[in-house]
Design a protein around this ligand. Sequence first.
Ligand SMILES: NC(=O)c1ccc[n+]([C@@H]2O[C@H](COP(=O)([O-])OP(=O)(O)OC[C@H]3O[C@@H](n4cnc5c(N)ncnc54)[C@H](O)[C@@H]3O)[C@@H](O)[C@H]2O)c1
Ligand SMILES: NC(=O)c1ccc[n+]([C@@H]2O[C@H](COP(=O)([O-])OP(=O)(O)OC[C@H]3O[C@@H](n4cnc5c(N)ncnc54)[C@H](O)[C@@H]3O)[C@@H](O)[C@H]2O)c1
Lengths: 207, 207
Amino acid sequence: NIPDPSVRRLSAYLRQLERLAGEGTRHVSSRQLAGYIKAGDAQVRRDLALFGQFGRRGVGYEVDDLINVLRTILGTRQRQWPVVVVGAGEICHALLTYRGFRQRGFDVVAAFDIDPKKIGRTIGGVDVLPMEDCAPVIQRLEVRLAILAVPADAADETARRLCECGIEGILNFATTGLEVPEGVFVSEADITSHLEQLSFRLTSHRP
Amino acid sequence: NIPDPSVRRLSAYLRQLERLAGEGTRHVSSRQLAGYIKAGDAQVRRDLALFGQFGRRGVGYEVDDLINVLRTILGTRQRQWPVVVVGAGEICHALLTYRGFRQRGFDVVAAFDIDPKKIGRTIGGVDVLPMEDCAPVIQRLEVRLAILAVPADAADETARRLCECGIEGILNFATTGLEVPEGVFVSEADITSHLEQLSFRLTSHRP
Ligand SMILES: NC(=O)c1ccc[n+]([C@@H]2O[C@H](COP(=O)([O-])OP(=O)(O)OC[C@H]3O[C@@H](n4cnc5c(N)ncnc54)[C@H](O)[C@@H]3O)[C@@H](O)[C@H]2O)c1
Ligand SMILES: NC(=O)c1ccc[n+]([C@@H]2O[C@H](COP(=O)([O-])OP(=O)(O)OC[C@H]3O[C@@H](n4cnc5c(N)ncnc54)[C@H](O)[C@@H]3O)[C@@H](O)[C@H]2O)c1
């Protein structure tokens, strides 16, 4: 069972490798990779060793090779993941206009809302559908991932409904924790908590 | 030195306590608090013990009391934190229209951009200013926190410029890691990485 912080670092290594590949760099050492992510180079080697033997002593890792390995580990090389967004408000609008998800393996296929003023609109090429369409769309398109962008007081009920439709992974922007059945995974994205991480460091960090 | 995952859990405990307070609940046990966050109740007690003795055996924690303690630890009880956003695009628009930051201790005071079509607009009561105004505004309002919402290729340069103006904490939405001086803290908020956490769990979880 790989802990969340390790998986988070794998994504961070992948981001840096994609950037290096874009700049035409062909090889990278664990020390260079560590520098980008504020992890020690021993941490980089330990993280990657969890998944097999990569890289050669003295030469380091081949950038394209390691990108393929990380994408396979994260599950985005083998397939595209259809994603739905529930709650067609401000956060949803930013997500639907963003072009970067598709090349990283995620396709936002539909958005859902309960507000008649939002239903029927199209944002970034994605239709906003009524909540009643949630179950048939999720089943027909075999969607397993959902992004929750509803107000906090609707979060629990909406998450329950999504799990009943077959959703197994939820990215949660709402400010409350979700109660989900065994086997359903939640990734917390509450923006206020990110700001509190910073205020904590600036309060407890006595230079 | 408290590790990031512990600080993240403190924010999650605070979110649940705020919700319980809103529902009129006056006491909570470590087991109840653990249930919301998918941590064990021993983890809750260990996290809180890092900061002192709270709660009483058999009675649990007093909700209002623990909220004050957590806010003090996270640094949001003692003061409001002015925040600037750099990059007045889609993410910024969602941040500026959100009303929840202020009651949690964060005030977005200005946004900055380089696009003449964006400069001079007002979003959610916040003015979009040219990048040249960055240094004087950050110094005059004693801003220490910034949210980075610029494209990846502008992220490094913008972060460097913010650190020169006195910024000490950056919430980074861009998809690349930032190189910042010693004493400057970065909280990574890349949304794609959150989705990869989920695809990893669904790929490696063999029910
Ligand atoms: N915008 C931010 O910067 C920000 C910051 C921190 C937290 N959040 C959280 O993220 C979530 C989304 O924020 P936002 O700013 O996009 O909110 P928003 O109010 O702009 O959008 C919420 C949408 O959810 C819809 N909705 C409400 N109840 C629903 C239900 N039961 N089923 C389906 N749709 C429903 C509403 O009609 C609305 O369109 C909220 O929980 C908010 O607290 C947002
Ligand atoms: N929107 C999403 O859902 C999403 C998802 C994943 C990652 N991101 C990342 O978040 C960041 C912001 O995304 P967005 O969708 O808001 O982008 P956007 O293109 O809508 O906005 C970016 C803004 O930054 C401004 N800008 C560009 N260079 C600048 C500079 N040097 N200084 C100041 N301002 C500058 C642009 O004028 C624009 O207004 C990007 O790095 C993006 O990759 C966004």
